[in-house]
Ligand binder design. Structure first.
Ligand code: UN1
Length: 498
């Protein structure tokens, strides 16, 4: 009998007001039911906001270094439980264990960064134009923050949002993807164990159209952070714009790796396999396009096809597996649809293009063969649209300039990469490629937790997660002037004497 999970509201684990639940199943084995999770309604969100406001009243007055100490303990507990969390994550998400451990590690890194930020959170003290007067700024907490997170990084992405938000003194309400609710349940348990006052965090499970929407619509949730599709991000943006909410969006990608004629092809081969088929292509940063110089094109494509065929598909919890399943049936349907779109457009299916093992073990999950298309035309749908699966589109180019044009010719702008041994060209590419992140001699994935993460164009709305920048998003700048001259000094009017 599968366990029934609860929301965390008002400082306790509670059943949803609806008394309805959804099933959380293992994408590698759909007969494996992990648990039943609350299918909550806007009523649960209303209760969560009321509680979070009480949590905020207390937490926002807790000194930032003390808030950091809580996050340090969170990092230590995550470290202790790394393997158990990774196992739970793979069971509900499907990515192979090594990657799931990496996902937990990203959370640990984010926790320790946040812990030390409690002793920075820098403001400025600057000279005043008037005598005997100080001018300064500091970072203040904002209030209740609503977090809506996706399935592909079940721990890392919630921590990217939650830890900086908490460090800055906000209370948080999180609605994790209904595909991976268990990992965030484990995270909230750890936060409480680490000493976070209960009402500072609320966990409300459920669907985006109900719980997510209720969070976005609620007037007392002034900050929203969302990672997911560009279409959903646009809807959220409309509401937040109307309500003057602060909003951070991390959305789609159609990331390209460029391989120039002077590249180390062994390195490029390894990189593209990892970038395109790691996490079964279900990363915002996945390498879904390969732009190759014609001089090395045929050789590289042949080697990629061979290597892709040799990748071992399987349950991510089996140490021998290299590629796990897709997250659910609809994700696999989408991949199949795009394979059809590519074939109809005349692209050459080099390898893959089919489900894996309809009989046997693989038949129990949403497995799909790593797929490579060559002869993909720049501007075609296969080349332009985000698929979020193990499909690589190869585009042949004749020059560096053409490679840059193709890279930049999509609506998204998350990450890009270039393989070359020419240092001038590498630096030129860092300038020319229109993305939030560019890698040189590495694939489009692999962002580190202490650097800003995000993209341009339809990928984002100007904010960054991670690193030092995210702390600006989760705090408000307050400016203070202190005049100790004992008289009225009028800025811009009373001139200062040299
Ligand atoms: C995402 O794809 O949504 O750079 C996040 C990477 C990871 C994070 C990806 N560190 O691929």
């Amino acid at each position: 009998m599968a366990r029934t999970f609860r929301n965390f509201i008002n400082g306790e684990w509670v059943a949803p007001s609806t008394d309805a639940y959804f099933d959380n199943v293992n994408p590698a084995d759909t007969g494996d039911l992990i648990g039943r999770f609350p299918d909550s309604s806007s009523k649960d969100v209303v209760a969560a906001v009321a509680s979070a406001k009480r949590g905020f009243a207390r937490w926002s007055r807790t000194p930032a270094p003390a808030r950091g100490d809580v996050l340090r303990r969170v990092g230590e507990l995550l470290e202790q439980r790394k393997d158990a969390i990774a196992d739970a994550m793979t069971r509900e998400m499907g990515k192979v264990l090594a990657e799931a451990r990496g996902d937990v590690q990203e959370g640990i890194d984010t926790a320790f960064y946040a812990a030390t930020e409690g002793r920075r959170l820098f403001g400025h003290v600057v000279p005043s134009e008037l005598r005997s007067k100080w001018a300064m700024s500091y970072r203040r907490p904002i209030g209740v923050v609503g977090l809506i997170t996706p399935f592909n990084f079940p721990l890392a992405i919630p921590t990217w949002k939650m830890f900086p938000a908490l460090l800055c003194g906000n209370a948080v309400i999180i609605k994790p993807s209904e595909d991976v609710p268990h990992t965030v349940h484990l995270l909230v348990e750890i936060l409480l164990e680490a000493g976070l006052p209960p009402e500072v965090v609320q966990l409300v499970h459920g669907r985006g159209e109900t719980v997510g929407k209720a969070l976005v619509d609620h007037p007392e949730v002034p900050v929203i952070s969302f990672t997911g599709s560009t279409d959903t991000g646009a809807l959220i943006g409309e509401t937040c714009g109307r309500m003057h909410k602060r909003l951070s969006l991390e959305m789609g990608g159609k990331n390209a790796m460029i391989v120039m004629e002077d590249a180390d092809l062994d390195l490029a081969l390894e990189g593209v396999l990892w970038g395109a088929f790691g996490t079964t292509g279900q990363r915002c940063t996945a390498t879904s396009r390969l732009i190759v110089h014609r001089k090395v094109h045929d050789r590289l494509v042949r080697r990629i096809a061979e290597a892709a065929e040799g990748l071992r598909l399987g349950d991510g919890r089996d140490g021998k597996s290299q590629v796990g399943p897709l997250i659910h049936e609809a994700a696999r349907d989408k991949v199949e649809r795009y394979v059809g779109i590519g074939q109809d457009a005349g692209a050459e299916l080099v390898t893959g293009g089919e489900r894996a093992g309809s009989r046997g073990k693989l038949g129990r999950g949403w497995f799909y063969r790593p797929t490579v298309f060559a002869g993909v035309t720049a501007g075609s749908r296969l080349e332009q649209e985000e698929i979020f699966g193990p499909v690589l589109s190869v585009i042949r180019v004749a020059s560096y300039d053409e490679a840059v044009r193709v890279n930049n010719g999509v609506r998204y702008g998350l990450s890009s990469s270039i393989y070359t041994r020419d240092v001038d060209r590498a630096f030129r590419a860092m300038q020319d490629l229109d993305n939030g992140i560019t890698y040189v001699n590495a694939p489009t994935i692999g962002a580190e937790a202490h650097l800003p993460f995000g993209g341009v164009k339809a990928t984002g709305n100007g904010h960054r997660e991670g690193g030092w920048e995210v702390y600006k998003f989760y705090s408000e700048t307050k400016v203070c002037y202190v005049d100790f001259s004992g008289k009225l000094q009028r800025a811009q009017i009373d001139t200062y004497d040299v």
